[in-house]
Ligand binder design. Structure first.
Ligand SMILES: [Zn+2]
Length: 333
C-alpha cells in the first residue's frame, strides 16, 4: 500500500471546490510517455495551474502502471525544480471499468480514480460506483463517476451513439453513490473524429466542418438539480485545424477530423464544469511535429530530434489550453 500523500500528490476535492467558486476548470491531460509528462508539468509549472495527470487503461497497458506511478512521483519533484513551490498535481485513473482496477490504483498511489459504469444498467452503475467510493474514501482518494454515454472511440472506450445524461437521475445517483464528481454527456465525444460530416454543417467560406453545439440546456438542468457539485467533461479536445493541416500536408491522412470549439469549452469552464479532459489534441500536436521533422529532415534518426520538437509543441498546446480555454493559470501558486 502506497499513499499518494507520501508521493506529494493531491486529490481533487479542494481543486474542484476552488474551481467552481472561481469560475474556471482544471485541465485533465492524459500521459503515456516521458515527453508528454514533461510537457504537461512544464506548462503547469510555468502557468502555476493545478493539473490532473490521467492514466487510461491503454496507457497502463502501453507504459506499465508501476512505471507511470513513479513517473508521476518524479513529476512532483520536477515541478519543484522548475520553481513551482507548491505543485498541485493529481494522479487520476481515467475510465476504470472494474472495482479491482480502481482498488489497485488506490493501493498504488493514485489520488483519484474514475469508475465508469455508464455502459451498465442504472442500478448496476450505482452499485459498482458505491463500492469503489466506499473503498477509495477510506484512503481519502476521490472518485469520479459517469452517467450518460459519450460517442466516439478512445483506447478501450467506445460507443456508437451518445445518450445525454438525464437530469432527473443525477440527485439520486450522486446521493446513493457518494461520488465526488460526475462526468456527464452533453455532446462532447472521444477521439479526433467527434462528429460524422452529416452531423455537421459546412462553413461556406472555408469548407470546414462546423460541429453541432453542446447541449448547455442539459448542463443547466443538471446544475439546477445539484448546485455546486463538480461536473466533468470528457472528450473535450478541439482538434486544432493547424495540426490537422500539418499532418495532412506532411504525408498524413486525417480528412474531416473535427472537435469541440474552444469557445464552447470556455463557456463550460465558467460553470460547474470543473474538470475538462483533453487527450486527442496533444496526440495531434505530437504527430504534427514528428511528421514535420520527418519530411523536412529525412536524414534525421535521433529520436530526441523529433520527440524534442513534439514535446515543445505539446507544451505550447497545454499552456494555450490552461491560459485561454480553462482559465486555471495562477490558481496554484
Ligand atoms: Zn473519457
Amino acid at each position: 500500500m502506497v499513499s499518494y500523500k507520501e508521493l506529494g500528490l493531491v486529490n481533487t476535492r479542494e481543486m474542484f471546490a476552488k474551481a467552481i467558486n472561481g469560475g474556471y476548470a482544471i485541465p485533465a491531460f492524459n500521459f503515456n510517455n516521458m515527453e508528454q509528462l514533461q510537457a504537461i508539468i512544464k506548462a503547469s509549472a510555468e502557468t502555476k495551474s493545478p493539473v490532473i495527470l490521467q492514466v487510461s487503461k491503454g496507457a497502463r497497458n502501453y507504459a506499465n502502471q508501476t512505471l507511470l506511478r513513479y513517473m508521476a512521483q518524479g513529476a512532483v519533484e520536477y515541478a519543484k525544480e522548475l520553481g513551482w513551490e507548491h505543485p498541485q498535481i493529481c494522479l487520476h485513473l481515467d475510465h476504470g471499468d472494474t472495482f479491482e482496477v480502481c482498488k489497485s490504483c488506490v493501493d498504488f498511489g493514485f489520488s483519484s480514480v474514475m469508475i465508469d459504469g455508464s455502459s451498465l444498467p442504472y442500478e448496476d452503475n450505482i452499485a459498482l460506483t458505491k463500492k469503489v467510493v466506499e473503498y477509495a474514501h477510506q484512503y481519502d482518494v476521490t472518485v469520479e463517476a459517469e452517467l450518460g454515454v459519450l460517442a466516439g472511440v478512445e483506447d478501450d472506450v467506445q460507443a456508437e451513439e451518445s445518450h445525454y445524461t438525464k437530469p432527473e437521475e443525477v440527485i439520486d445517483f450522486a446521493t446513493r453513490t457518494g461520488c465526488d464528481s460526475l462526468a456527464i454527456s452533453i455532446g462532447t465525444s472521444h477521439g479526433a473524429y467527434k462528429f460524422k460530416p452529416e452531423q455537421c454543417t459546412r462553413d461556406p467560406q472555408t469548407g470546414k466542418l462546423v460541429p453541432p453545439p453542446l447541449a448547455f440546456d442539459v448542463l443547466d438542468a443538471i446544475m439546477e438539480k445539484l448546485p455546486g457539485f463538480p461536473i466533468v467533461l470528457h472528450g473535450s479536445s478541439s482538434v486544432p485545424q493547424e495540426y490537422v493541416d500539418i499532418i495532412n500536408t506532411h504525408g498524413g491522412k486525417m480528412p474531416d477530423a473535427v472537435g469541440i470549439p474552444e469557445e464552447q469549452l470556455r463557456k463550460a469552464a465558467k460553470s460547474a464544469v470543473c474538470k475538462i479532459n483533453i487527450d486527442s489534441d496533444s496526440r495531434l500536436a505530437f504527430t504534427a511535429a514528428v511528421r514535420k521533422v520527418f519530411v523536412d529532415k529525412p536524414g534525421e534518426f535521433d529520436p530526441r530530434k523529433y520527440c524534442g520538437p513534439a514535446r515543445d509543441e505539446m507544451t505550447k498546446l497545454y499552456k494555450h489550453k490552461i491560459i485561454e480555454v480553462l482559465g486555471s493559470a495562477g490558481k496554484a501558486e
